[in-house]
Design a protein around this ligand. Sequence first.
Ligand code: MHO
Length: 255
Amino acid sequence: MKLFSRNASPSHSIMASFLVLTISLAAANIAGGIRFPDRISEVPAGISNSQQLRTAAFALGSFWRSEAVFGCLDGVVRTTAGYAGGSKPNPEYRSLGDHAESVQIEYDPRLITFRQLLEVFWSSHDSRQVFGQGPDVGNQYRSIIFTNGTEESRLAAVSKEREQTRSKSSIVTTQIQQLRTFHPAEPEHQKFELKRDHFLLQLIGNLPEEELEKSSLAAKLNGYAAELCPPRLQKRIDGKINDIIRKDRPILQEV
Ligand code: MHO
């Protein structure tokens, strides 16, 4: 469960408002503002340097949700919502052509593998739904695994076969494609879930857009805001937030 939900009970809302106020005042006193961006956009300790990071991409319905699903995982360093899988040059949200809403993931392969990302992909959507995902209808919500090289294509195909075996009565619609171009979506679609949560935004220091897009912490909290982190992680973040609001320097730097 997320600590401060948007639909919190009145007493929670009062408590949350008080905390926000306390945090703003304390932070403003300390720094004359509430930005501590230099530390926040750093890659967390224990993560390989950027040459060792790998990139994966998946389409599994609304990219707001997809970004939140993967952003929370340990080993995922950055996420970007975007368009992929089609041929239209310069797709945009209102005219994405034949592309699918997708998420691009930068990850540390020592901490999370492509195989594990595949498991998260399968368990986070209904790959048998035709022409849509959940309530969202249309080709832009189709299910795709984008691959990079033959080994990833093989792993993707094996996992799709396994999924099809589990699903006796309906066809797994997921496509497997070599990734060509990933087109990042407009800023308003990046970290969409986190941006709806002003408490969390403030807690990490109201980062400017470019830093929010690169930040590992923002990627995690985007999943937390949507309550899509694995329960253990969701709890760990609750704990961190509880700790941080008791301190005089209440800026969350890592989870
Ligand atoms: N059901 C979503 C779809 C959004 S999406 C990023 C909505 O609220 O419109 O395509």
